[in-house]
Write a protein that binds this ligand. Structure first.
Ligand code: PLP
Length: 379
């Protein structure tokens, strides 16, 4: 790197995510949308949520959208609608956010983990077939960091077996897989509107998308106490709705999503151009026909913890998603998994580092991050 390095006191922080920059750009529109909801005094199951359901379904290339209280609830209600409960097994990748499988274990199902493909960080279909047993009710497929998993191979293995495929699309809204869209390929797709996601609310929120009219109808009942109307419940339900305030915010943001996704992709290309030249650094790639929406731009790097600490001294934010694979999580100790069971997941947990990524990120900031990584590795 050329020039005189600034002392860390003069450096402006580069956070891993900068939501304030996004808010500054859309504040007037968001406030107007919120005013509308406040004036209506309608907060649950109103016109904003209904409109958003249609908009998100269209975005995902699915027929129906069902708004719920969070991405975790989207997963839990989806699994429940597929009949998952005690005595069942649910397959999931060993390397993902805990919520993916937590939704299944909260219903009393037993997790069956599968290792990941180290090139994509997604469930490795080559290891899937032997995991399906007579007890398997569902496969949870995660599109980690914003890259779709190998759905053709997964759906092929699931075909003809009595197993549902549920996509955890929390990180991959709008990502494409060979002309189809994440969330619309399995039986059900689960979206999260957690504030830090690519389409984030100002609180919790989620949605299930599906092409099945029957599943959509069940989910609408289940998120609303199983009520068919007039305070009559025909089945066991729950309270899990996306509220009007969140829906209104999301509808404003949705107008910008494509622009933001393209900006993320440009930033990723710039990162990869700079980081791909550094020995030892492994940059993310997308297989042919797939588009990555870069919820995270995640590299593998030698001496990861050292690099992360070094970045912090340069006021650069970074995060390890995720430091502990699911089979080694203390909460699942009783399942009897051991270190060494899923080597690709374990290795990823030791090597990955997610760098600053958001639409408003600037090229000079990306250059500073790449320069700091070069310096940290002593090149
Ligand atoms: C965020 C996330 C969830 C959970 O979504 P919430 O809206 O926070 O409940 C589930 N799975 C993955 C992969 C996620 O990233």
């Amino acid at each position: 790197m050329t020039g005189t390095p600034m002392t860390s006191r003069e450096l402006k922080p580069i956070p891993q995510l900068d939501l304030k920059a996004q808010f500054a750009a859309i504040e007037a529109e968001v406030r107007a949308a919120l005013e509308e909801v406040l004036a209506s005094q309608q907060f649950i199951l109103g016109p904003q949520g209904a409109a958003l359901e249609q908009e998100i379904a269209r975005l995902c290339g699915a027929r129906f959208g069902v708004g719920v209280a969070s991405g975790t609830d989207a997963l839990l209600l989806s699994l429940r609608a597929c009949g998952v409960g005690p005595g069942n097994e649910v397959i999931a990748p060993a390397f993902t956010f805990i919520a993916t499988i937590g939704a299944a274990t909260a219903l009393g199902a037993r997790p069956a983990f599968v290792d990941i493909d180290p090139a994509t960080y997604n469930l490795d279909p080559r290891q899937l077939r032997t995991k399906i047993t007579a007890k398997t009710k569902a496969i949870l497929v995660v599109h980690l960091y914003g890259l779709p998993a190998d759905m053709d191979a997964i759906l092929e293995i699931a075909r003809g077996k009595n197993v549902r495929v549920i996509e955890d699309s929390a990180q991959a809204i709008g990502a494409k897989y060979k002309g189809r869209t994440a969330g619309s390929m399995g039986d059900l797709g689960c979206v999260s509107f957690y504030p830090t996601k690519n389409l984030g609310a100002y609180g919790d929120g989620g949605m299930i998308v599906t092409n099945s009219e029957e599943l959509a109808a069940r989910l609408r009942l289940q998120r609303h106490h199983g009520q068919t109307g007039g305070y009559v419940s025909t089945e066991q339900g729950w309270n899990s709705r996306l509220d009007e305030i969140q829906a209104a915010v999301l509808r404003v943001k949705l107008r910008y999503l494509e622009e933001w996704q393209e900006a993320r992709q440009r930033h990723a290309a710039e990162y990869s151009r700079l980081l791909g030249a550094i020995p030892g650094v492994v940059i993310p790639t997308a297989p042919a026909g797939l588009t990555h929406v870069y919820h995270q731009y995640t590299i593998r790097v030698p001496r990861r913890d050292h690099v992360q600490k070094f970045l912090a001294t340069r006021k650069i934010g970074s995060t390890v998603y995720y430091p502990v694979p699911l089979h080694l999580q203390p909460v699942y100790a009783s399942l009897g998994y051991n270190r060494g069971d899923f080597p690709a997941a374990e290795r990823a947990a030791e090597e990955v580092l997610s760098l600053p990524m958001y639409a408003e990120l600037r090229t000079d900031q990306i250059e500073r991050v790449a320069g700091a990584i070069t310096e940290a590795l002593g090149h």
